[in-house]
Write a new protein. Structure first.
Length: 291
């Protein structure tokens, strides 16, 4: 492991394309969360399973800077609604508590003040948006999943973990959106997005330069994507070594540019845990504040 070489397996890309396609269809039909759960996700990830008594679902998460969706499990016949707090605290109240805790830390005062959320269990369903404090009460999904420690099983687990970036996001959470390289045709999507962003950048720069009477900037014709066309090493790969594995895939992100992610996965019983991740920026770009 850690050989630095991606072992191209076209099956991984095909699985990624199909998984992304199904999510996009649900989003375009505006029915992402209108059903009872999101079990349709696992219908695409056929190596992953769980107890027949529970279902996988998603809840909306808001950390005051943006919104996204996170996955969780509840009983198939769960009827009780999870209510995190005894009353509806305002964002101002949460902000006051956060600031008080910062002051306590600065002054070396032990302990924190907390608006303690209630415990969650699988007899409950989540219908409200959860803040960061309440979201800590929701157990990770991996404890409930059976994931074979194979190339395909590990890749499907990583795809499931990536749903946060594939599902709808709001405000600053849009900065974590990715255009994934699951097929060689995806390179064109990335280059189109780059051109869209660059055209907007050039227009904004030239408005300012014209106001000062300076010469306008022209867009460079340099095609930074050219060295990657046709290469197998930008496609998804999984390298397994005993109870550890490294998953690599490439993507475009408006905040970072064209990157290669390395996801480190470990076997845990019948399931897996994603222990850490890193990224290498292959072509840097930053969109600045656009969301």
């Amino acid at each position: 492991m850690n050989s630095g070489k991606n072992v191209y397996n076209p099956v991984l890309g095909e699985i990624g394309c199909q998984f992304r396609r199904v999510i996009e269809q649900h989003i375009s039909n505006h029915n992402l969360l209108k059903g009872d759960n999101v079990e349709w996700l696992l219908e695409q990830l056929d190596t992953i399973s769980h107890s027949p008594d529970i279902v996988i679902d998603a809840y909306k998460f808001d950390n005051r800077l943006g919104t996204c969706y996170k996955l969780y499990f509840h009983n198939k016949r769960a009827l009780q609604t999870y209510v995190a707090y005894d009353r509806n605290y305002t964002e101002r109240e949460f902000e006051i508590v956060r600031r008080m805790n910062e002051l306590r830390k600065e002054r070396g005062i032990e302990g924190v003040i907390d608006l303690n959320p209630k415990l969650f269990d699988k007899t409950m369903v989540i219908k409200d948006t959860l803040n960061a404090n309440a979201s800590r009460m929701i157990p990770p999904i991996w404890d409930e999943l059976v994931v074979p420690f194979t190339e395909v099983g590990i890749w499907q687990a990583v795809l499931l973990d990536e749903t946060r970036a594939m599902f709808p996001t709001g405000w600053h959470a849009n900065y974590m959106k990715k255009i994934y390289i699951f097929s060689k045709a995806d390179l064109q999507k990335i280059f189109d997005r780059y051109n869209e962003l660059m055209n907007a950048d050039i227009q904004e720069i030239n408005v300012d330069r014209r106001s000062r009477g300076d010469n306008e900037v022209k867009k460079s014709e340099y095609n930074w994507m050219a060295p990657y066309i046709g290469r197998d090493d930008i496609m998804p790969s999984v390298e397994v070594d005993g109870d550890k594995a490294v998953v690599c895939y490439c993507y475009w992100n408006d905040w970072s540019g064209f990157c290669r992610a390395s996801i480190f996965v470990e076997r845990r019983g019948k399931s897996v845990v994603i222990s850490k991740s890193s990224k290498d920026v292959l072509f840097g770009y930053c969109c600045n504040i656009i969301y």
